[in-house]
Design a protein around this ligand. Structure first.
Ligand SMILES: Nc1nc2c(ncn2[C@@H]2O[C@H](COP(=O)(O)OP(=O)(O)OP(=O)(O)O)[C@@H](O)[C@H]2O)c(=O)[nH]1
Length: 181
């Protein structure tokens, strides 16, 4: 697949507090044109810790970035796209919400495949610059819970599929990006 720089797709992987979001924001800031920040988390006013994290993000983001909060990134990407760069942060939050919505934590692998298929297709078809943040998990011991094992397997499979349709991919560790593709 060959793309111009303006339609390049970039996947940014990393563990918790690895600096993956900050690196993705750096890439978005370096791109030409306007930036649209697509947050997949819908804030819960009762969750003060998460509200503080979001506030930190807002403070460090340039004021002229458009912010879209949506639990359905495939729908956002499939709608008529504005010029410039879209940054999706992040796929782990989205996957958790998808599994919750189907009440599928005790279900077999693949229950959320329709949603994953739609996301991968929307990413592959997106016509402008796209940067996607997703968690890299599963390098430690096998989780003790069924839900933990389900998430680890589903996000690993999805990350592989996203990496295939992206032009480049990075793994961020301790704030340092390692190019994978
Ligand atoms: N709803 C909403 N969520 C936001 C906003 N800004 C950031 N977020 C969410 O904040 C989350 C990332 O929080 P971080 O604390 O950076 O995540 P982390 O994985 O611990 O750390 P890093 O690896 O450094 O990114 C993502 O799920 C974003 O969707 C916002 O304006 N609105």
């Amino acid at each position: 697949m060959s793309h111009s720089d303006s339609s390049r797709r970039t996947l940014v992987l990393g563990g918790a507090r690895s600096g993956k979001s900050a690196y993705a924001e750096e890439l978005a800031g370096a791109a030409t044109g306007p930036v649209r920040y697509l947050a997949t988390s819908i804030p819960d006013p009762a969750d003060l810790d998460f509200a503080a994290r979001i506030a930190t993000h807002r403070d460090r983001r340039p004021a002229d970035w458009a912010v879209v909060e949506s639990a359905d990134p495939a729908a956002v990407l499939s709608a008529p796209a504005p010029e410039g760069t879209t940054l999706i942060d992040d796929i782990g939050t989205w996957l958790t919400a998808c599994i919750d919505a189907r009440d599928a934590w005790e279900s077999p692998r693949g229950t959320v495949s329709p949603e994953a298929d739609a996301l991968v297709a929307a990413v592959a078809a997106y016509p402008h610059r796209l940067i996607i943040v997703s968690p890299e998990v599963g390098m430690g011991i096998i989780p003790a819970t069924r839900s933990g094992r389900l998430f680890r397997d589903e996000i690993g499979t999805l990350n592989q599929r996203l990496a295939q349709v992206c032009d480049e991919a990075f793994l961020v560790v301790a704030g340092l990006p390692l190019r994978l593709k």
